[in-house]
Design a protein around this ligand. Structure first.
Ligand code: DX5
Ligand code: ZN
Length: 218
């Protein structure tokens, strides 16, 4: 079954605990946490303190997406704060196997993220070592952007490699996900859908989650 990971980037930060509890009740499978440093991406968001603060609020896995330069420096801090998955960008990691190994050494699941313009081939050497691949379907930095359709070709290509190599890896997408784009991604091989504005900007978050789930079950 396809999993839903609401991105708290679009939540109300003044009542973050309540917003997380609401989406957990509404059927979310993960909580997606967007960490931005103002260097790797233009925006600045949250750090390990916020991850630590929300850890006791939910029993869902915390899916931490690091959009930062030099992520190696912060793996311990996010692991200590309670991250269950830590994903790092290929574009920010000159020594990717070393970084992935450092995440796993902390007993945390390791994810690798690719921006829309980064080719599938950048993932091939790391595939057997990761728990999750996160395909960005927008350029990271902000919520509410438009889905880039061409990324679907890349997902299909990596999905073929996943099959050929019989690897047990989750595929996740992030950016511009709504009931229509969700279906396209799942058809291409995606297991986990991150959605920010399509869930938190809606009055009825349960209805928003249900609509995405229904669209991909057809
Ligand atoms: C974008 C972030 C996303 C963002 C998605 O840089 O990584 O997780 O919250 O927002 P939507 O779903 O609104 O495109
Ligand atoms: Zn994200």
């Amino acid at each position: 079954m396809t999993k839903i990971a609401p991105s708290i980037l679009s939540a109300d930060f003044a009542k973050l605990g309540a917003d997380i509890a609401e989406v957990e009740q509404a059927g979310a499978d993960y909580i997606h946490v967007d960490v931005m440093d103002g260097h790797f991406v233009p925006n600045i968001t949250i750090g390990p303190l916020v991850v630590e603060a929300i850890r006791p609020v939910t029993s869902l896995p915390l899916d931490v997406h690091l959009m930062i330069t030099n992520p190696d420096q912060y793996i311990d801090a996010f692991a200590d704060a309670g991250a269950d998955i830590i994903s790092v960008h290929v574009e920010a990691c000159p020594h990717l196997h070393r970084t992935v190994a450092a995440i796993k050494e902390r007993g945390v699941k390791a994810g690798v993220v690719v921006n829309p313009a980064t080719p599938a081939e950048a993932l091939y050497p790391i595939l057997p070592d990761v728990d999750l691949i996160l395909f960005m379907t927008v350029n990271p930095g902000f919520g509410g952007q438009t889905f880039i359709h061409r990324v679907l070709d890349k997902i299909r290509k990596v999905n073929q490699w996943r099959k050929d190599l019989a690897l047990d890896i989750l595929f996740e997408v992030d950016g511009g996900i709504n009931p229509i784009t969700a279906k396209l991604c799942v058809d291409a091989g995606v297991d986990v859908l991150v959605a920010g504005s399509a869930i938190f900007n809606q009055q009825d978050r349960k209805k928003a989650i249900d609509e995405i789930k229904q669209s991909v079950s057809k």
